[in-house]
Design a protein around this ligand. Structure first.
Ligand code: BJW
Length: 239
């Protein structure tokens, strides 16, 4: 049950920035990153998979890890949390900023989506970052048809910059919003982890939804402990 003050805030809101992490897709069956038992990195170190150095050292292993994840995501559906955010967009001015690369927000119908860490279903050239749509599968990883370098997923690895202007565009939306909702992110990866703190400083009413406490929990205007697929539909009812 949401408390009366929160319901009032949601009802009065006009402009909302929603910020999501792996937790929102957990109820669809997509493993999060940092769960010690079932997380995507349970059997690897992040730096062995999600860096340029890792890809240079073992391109086949990294490519196959992403291929496995793509196949797994194609097998799942958005959950009630994704759908609630898509519906929210029909009722309020919403910018959805996601760290997720799984496309599930778009599949659920969200239109205004900013993907901070890229998209696992896009592929680009390792050398010059050009987006590539078709290639020959004779080799793993496949080669760029233009320059012969390896192809890689168009996601943001550690040590790489986020796409041009992604953070400043988010901050501009935060400056205009009255509510900022952070959902299902551990808040350990920068610069994305700074966004909830930026929102708090900018004067937005900040709401956190997470099954576990995070470094932001004590700073949020309202920190809710629970599953996003259960809490977000209640937000819609409140609106
Ligand atoms: C639920 C739930 C349910 C579960 N309902 N909740 C400042 C200080 C220190 C270090 C740095 C810094 N600035 C930059 C850095 C370096 C680095 C960094 O942050 N390192 C940290 C590890 C310390 N950052 C970078 O390198 C970034 N680039 C950059 O800063 O460029 C400038 C630069 C260049 C050169 C040198 C230095 C700076 C890039 C970061 C890219 C992150 N990429 C990844 C991989 C994407 C590709 C892929 O998918 O493979 O993005 S890492 C991974 O973590 C992925 C995620 O988007 C990201 C965040 O994870 P998320 O979403 O929070 O998931 P989890 O698993 O951590 O948490 C899930 C949460 O859900 C938990 O809290 C659960 O409780 C909760 N939950 N079920 C609600 N049902």
């Amino acid at each position: 049950m949401l408390d009366k003050a929160l319901i009032q805030k949601l009802r009065e809101s006009k402009s909302i920035v929603v910020f999501t992490g792996a937790g929102i897709s957990a109820e669809s069956g997509v493993p999060t990153f940092r769960d010690a038992q079932t997380g995507l990195w349970a059997n690897f170190k992040a730096e062995e998979l999600a860096t340029r150095a890792a890809f240079r050292k073992n391109p086949k292993m990294v490519w196959e890890w992403y291929a496995m994840r793509r196949a797994m995501i194609l097998d799942v559906k958005p959950n009630a949390g994704h759908y609630a955010i898509a519906e929210m967009e029909k009722r309020r001015d919403v910018l959805l900023v996601t760290q997720n690369v799984d496309s599930l927000h778009s599949v659920a119908g969200s239109k205004s989506v900013l993907e901070l860490h890229g998209n696992i279903f896009r592929t680009k050239c390792f050398m010059n970052n050009e987006i590539i749509d078709s290639w020959s599968d004779e080799e793993i990883p496949p080669r760029c048809p233009n320059c012969g370098s390896h192809l890689r997923p168009d996601v943001v690895w550690f040590g790489e910059d986020l796409s041009d202007g992604a953070i400043s565009k988010t901050e501009e939306a935060i400056d205009r919003c009255d509510i900022f909702i952070t959902i299902g992110t551990s808040g350990l990866v920068y610069p994305a982890a700074e966004l909830p703190f930026y929102a708090r400083k900018a004067g937005a009413f900040t709401i956190e939804i997470n099954t576990e406490p995070t470094p932001f929990s004590d700073y949020a205007s309202c920190s809710l402990r629970g599953k996003s697929g259960e809490i977000l539909p209640q937000f819609l009812s409140a609106m």
